[in-house]
Design a binder for this molecule. Structure first.
Ligand code: XMP
Length: 317
């Protein structure tokens, strides 16, 4: 099969898919969990073109998304593409379930299971759903016992089994991006770095607290802004901040502080199985440190993680 590398090839793929999707779905309804990540966003944009309001997108805000993400999903899909979008504010519910849980695998399981539960509740509120759309891409099928396997926490219950619609299942990530661009999705949605399903939950180490979660979210936003300004967006494979669950002593405006550190991680990899650390210019690190310590509440130190994978994993949990 020819790889989709140009806008013309993307257009041909889209035209072909629109025909097939219309034929497969007819006038029935399709449900999609729309996270705002590349794959689900491209599936949404395709299906909006194919079946309009018969696509029901459900965006679950679990409180662990990056700064501005839920707002962008609403802006792009509801306001610009006129999609049928159900926005679920489940922040308190997720943070309640996670309260006091410090084991990384337990946190992942709670986030995954709660996500399915919220999605199931929304699915039950909808009448006449016949299909479930998914952003499965080719590597998900190839690597079904690879990197993503331990993320699988099960699916919807038996009485909610829908026929699957997986229009991207033969595409690689770079092809999905070309298609997304052709469908008119914004660059920062199409070219975004990988983001784990449990989101900032695995970057707010130990038992999640709201103050540290906000520190992760705000410091991540500053890091992303500075990487974009300095030409590192799209060059570095994955970059983010982590906030551990201990504090250290510092001093600000002549007063003693006792606050959290922020750890910066920026890595390059081909397949996420091994990774090297990005050689960020020292002056940029100093500038980001200055901004984070000045702008983010409850933070008084910034560290740069120099550990490749192995022996560190990319995420800290
Ligand atoms: P690690 O930390 O294992 O991460 O070196 C490898 C890649 O996988 C991502 N990752 C996850 N993605 N759910 C996901 O969807 C998860 O639970 C999860 N844990 C890690 C990580 O961000 C990196 O890109």
């Amino acid at each position: 099969m020819q790889r989709i590398t140009t806008p013309e090839l993307a257009k041909a793929f889209i035209d072909e898919q629109l025909g097939e999707l219309k034929q497969q779905i007819g006038d029935k309804k399709v449900l999609l969990a729309l996270s705002g990540g590349v794959d689900s966003s491209v599936v949404a944009a395709l299906l909006i073109k194919a079946i309009g309001k018969n696509l029901v997108c459900v965006h679950v805000n679990h409180g662990l998304l990056r700064k501005g993400e839920p707002e962008q999903v609403i802006e792009v899909f509801r306001n610009q593409m006129d999609a049928n979008l159900v926005y679920v504010d489940a922040v308190d519910r997720f943070l309640g379930k996670l309260s006091g849980v410090d084991d990384p695998e337990k946190k992942r399981k709670i986030i995954g299971a709660e996500f399915i539960r919220v999605f199931e509740e929304e699915a039950r509120k909808q009448d006449g759903i016949k299909f479930l759309a998914q952003g499965t891409i080719y590597p998900d099928i190839l690597e079904s016992d690879g990197v993503k396997a331990h993320h699988n926490v099960g699916g919807l219950p038996d009485d909610l089994q829908f026929e699957l619609v997986e229009p991207l299942k033969l595409l690689f990530k770079d092809e999905v991006r070309v298609v997304g661009k052709q469908l008119g999705l914004p660059d920062n949605m199409v070219y975004r770095q990988p983001f784990p399903g449990p989101g900032l939950g695995v970057r707010c180490l130990g038992a999640i607290t709201r103050d540290r979660l906000e520190a992760v979210r705000e410091s991540d936003a500053i890091l992303r802004e500075e990487f974009a300004k300095n030409g590192l967006e799209g060059k570095v494979w994955q970059y983010f901040t982590v906030v551990p669950d201990f504090r250290s002593v510092g001093v600000k405006n002549g007063k003693r502080t006792f606050a959290y550190p922020v750890i910066i991680r920026a890595v390059n990899t081909k397949d996420a199985m091994t990774a090297t650390v990005e050689d960020i210019p020292f002056t940029l690190l100093q500038h980001i440190t200055q901004r984070i310590t000045a702008e983010v509440e409850n933070v008084n130190r910034v560290l740069y993680d120099l550990t490749p994978k192995p022996c560190g994993t990319i995420e800290w949990e």
